[in-house]
Design a protein around this ligand. Sequence first.
Ligand code: AMP
Length: 231
Amino acid sequence: MRTNNTTDNSQAIPILILIGPPGCGKGTQGDQIAKLLGIPKISTGDLLREEINLGTALGKKVTDIMSSGNLVDDSTVLSVLERKISGPECARGFILDGFPRSLPQAKGLNEVLSKTSKKFKMTAIYINVSDETVINRICNRYYCTQCKTNYNKLYKNPKVAGLCDVCGGHEFAVRQDDKVEVVKNRLVTYHKQTEPVLDYYEKQDNVVSFDGNIEADALFASISEFLSPNI
Ligand code: AMP
């Protein structure tokens, strides 16, 4: 596999980009990869939801767009992301979940990175899942309102019914954009706007593909098998 942005990979800062349709497991895999490599996972969806929860002007601007399943405009997302990845916690590398989702975002990320004199090793991890699996998975998804841990009625319920495994919270909710009609729209958006990003990284030979139609643990085993010698 070829890497970009650098000729000497031994000093390069790893950037892992998780690409795949909504519900392919980017969040779950990203959390596990973050633990494995000791670098943070940055989810632009989480950053935007944080803005909404804080009631900021930016949060107010993106609320309706996010509930409809459409994409927030590129410059808003890029500015939120740039602020985050410029922080000290990202200095040794980071994992991107849900970004870039359009070609201008992929190019914008390169511009942000080129402002520094650091060397980067960028790898896109593509998790391939069918639309049918996506709809089935997302429409059964819910989360703890206190700590935001995700659950799924089909295969991941709290160990003690009604109590969050992580924080003991007992209130759960379904994300506004996890309703079936919105999920279908998110898939249309993904095929139209995000798949070209995959082609973009494929042309740079920076993509590693994984079958995401399998159990999360088996998928993580394949991803970590790839990561250990390569990152
Ligand atoms: P996610 O949590 O990644 O599924 O994202 C939830 C929603 O946040 C998306 O449907 C978009 O409305 C918005 N969003 C998250 N990341 C991006 C991005 N990179 N570009 C545009 N919109 C985004």
